[in-house]
Every structure is written in structure tokens, then in C-alpha cells.
Design a protein around this ligand. Structure first.
Ligand code: AMP
Length: 283
């Protein structure tokens, strides 16, 4: 695997590869890699000549500085995992390299996401998606991939970046990769390592509630299921749900009836102790 820290060096290498007719699959990450990230690398390798992964803990998408400070950093292990997964190129820039004229967001009013950025994570984490759009656009300008790989784990993020690509008109195809889970159902996340043993064990409630909600959609309304799931999370010691929302999978508008949408997505965010977890199911 080749490691680049400078944009100029990466672009020189990638333009040689593109001139040789190679397709490029790109997966942006913030490191602390787990099997979920590696599934994106595998998808890159399966569908492209070259796989490129970036590791960059983007400061502009953290709405809480303590979350940024506590974000796990495991550079050595990440490099080993990417090498084992046959990743071709790792891009690991510094903050100054990515934002040479400061982190001020030039993309802020460039796109209109309507409802997509207002609900769920957008409502709970002010400024988060502005930072995500800023960094993904920046990385797409640097890498100019053929295909962009992102996880369903961050369903709303995927929907927003998909819309950004449409409005921007960038010639990149975005691919959604399924959620990779632990054996007991917990969605893999870099933040899971911060759960205490007891919280880790009980965090399986979240994926269980999503599956249960899918079953319940056969016989009760979205509002009834949402109330049930919120009450279950609240009754668990140290669990503090932020939302459990049943929406149209395309527009992310909350649903009054299941029949109003072709695709349904149920998204949740819940604090388990000091760790904020998100998960979702699509059907
Ligand atoms: P992050 O490093 O958390 O910013 O995630 C980088 C990419 O990996 C994003 O596109 C995530 O949606 C994706 N990802 C994170 N966790 C998982 C998972 N459990 N399964 C699949 N993709 C994931």
C-alpha cells in the first residue's frame, strides 16, 4: 500500500493511474478502522482497479469538542488492517494540508438540502452536516474518484452526500454499503470501544428494537412504534435516546402511515453512558 500525506503527491500518482485508464474507488474514513470500514475497501477493490482510503479526523464536523478530543486514533493498527485488506492507496493528510486557508466553510450556502439536513442528526448536532459536506466535497476534489463508497450506518449522511453530488454535478457514482454488525447485532462503530463492559452488553437493545420495529410495522402505526421504542430505551439504566424516527427512506420526512413511502428507514440515536450511538434499518 502506498501512503500519501501531501495532496500534490497523491494527485500526481492518481493522475498517472487515471491516464493509464484505471478506475478509482474511494472510501473516506476517520480511522479507528473496524470491519465496517474494511467492507468499504473490499467493495472498492471488487469494482475498481484502484482502492483509495482516506483517514482524516475532520474537526469541522464535530459539534462537541470533547467528542473530537476523545475520538479514538489507532494509526498503526489502521495501516495494518488496510494493508491486509489490499488497499492500494492511503491518504492521511494533516489539518493544514486539507484546510490551508483555515477551516472556514466555503460550501455552507452552496447546496440546498431542504429537509435532509434539518431532521434527526441535523437537529441534534448543529453544524455537523455542514462539516461533513465540506470535507467530502474537499476530498472528492482531491481524489476525483470513479466511485465513492459510504456506509448505510450513516444513512442520513449518505442521503445528503448523494444529494450534494446531484446538485454539484460531479462525475462520481456513490455506492451505499450495508451495515456491518458485531455477532450480537450491535452496529460496528469506532465509538464502541469507549463503552463499558456492561454498556457494551446492553447496547444490543438498539439493533433489537430496530428489528422489532420492523415487525411491528405489520400491525401498528409509526407513532405507536416510536413511542414504544423510546419508552424501552428510557427504561434502560444509563440509556438516553435522542430520537427513534420512522421516515420516508428517500426524503427523510417522518411518516404518519407506512403506505406513504416506497422505502422506509428507521433511524435512532441513543446515548449509552457517555457514548452516543446511531443505528438504522431500511425496508
Ligand atoms: P467514519 O470513520 O465513522 O467516518 O466512517 C467512515 C465510513 O465508514 C462511513 O461511510 C461510514 O458510514 C462507514 N461505516 C462506519 N461504520 C460502518 C459499519 N458498521 N458498516 C458499514 N459501514 C460503516
Amino acid at each position: 500500500m502506498l501512503l500519501f500525506k501531501k495532496i500534490k503527491d497523491l494527485r500526481t500518482y492518481l493522475s498517472q493511474q487515471k491516464n493509464a485508464g484505471k478506475s478509482i474507488g474511494f472510501a473516506p474514513t476517520m480511522g479507528a478502522l473496524h470491519a465496517g470500514h474494511i467492507s468499504l475497501v473490499n467493495a472498492c477493490n471488487a469494482e475498481n482497479d484502484l482502492s483509495v482510503v482516506s483517514i482524516f479526523v475532520n474537526p469541522t464536523q464535530f459539534n462537541e469538542s470533547s467528542d473530537l478530543e476523545k475520538y479514538p486514533r489507532t494509526e498503526g493498527a489502521d495501516i495494518e488492517k488496510l494493508t491486509s485488506a489490499n488497499c492500494d492507496v492511503l491518504f492521511m493528510p494533516t489539518i493544514e494540508e486539507v484546510y490551508p486557508s483555515g477551516t472556514k466553510n466555503e460550501t455552507e450556502n452552496e447546496f440546498d438540502f431542504g429537509n435532509l439536513t434539518q431532521v434527526m442528526e441535523g437537529a441534534e448536532r448543529p453544524g455537523h452536516f455542514e462539516g461533513v459536506v465540506q470535507i467530502v466535497k474537499r476530498l472528492l476534489e482531491i481524489v476525483e474518484p470513479t466511485r465513492l463508497y459510504m456506509g448505510q450506518k450513516d444513512y442520513q449522511q449518505f442521503a445528503i452526500i448523494q444529494e450534494m453530488i446531484v446538485q454539484w454535478g460531479a462525475p462520481v457514482k456513490i455506492v451505499r454499503c450495508p451495515i456491518v454488525r458485531e455477532a450480537d447485532g450491535l452496529a460496528m462503530s469506532s465509538r464502541n470501544v469507549r463503552l463499558s463492559a456492561d454498556h457494551r452488553k446492553r447496547a444490543i437493545l438498539l439493533s433489537q428494537l430496530l428489528n422489532e420495529a420492523k415487525q411491528r410495522s405489520q400491525h401498528e402505526s409509526p407513532a405507536q412504534t416510536e413511542a414504544y421504542a423510546l419508552a424501552r430505551m428510557r427504561s434502560e439504566p444509563d440509556f438516553r435516546p435522542e430520537y427513534f424516527t420512522i421516515s420516508d427512506g428517500r426524503t427523510l420526512q417522518p411518516l404518519e402511515k407506512y403506505s406513504d413511502a416506497e422505502t422506509v428507514v428507521i433511524c435512532l440515536a441513543c446515548w449509552v453512558g457517555e457514548v452516543r450511538l446511531i443505528d438504522n434499518v431500511v425496508f
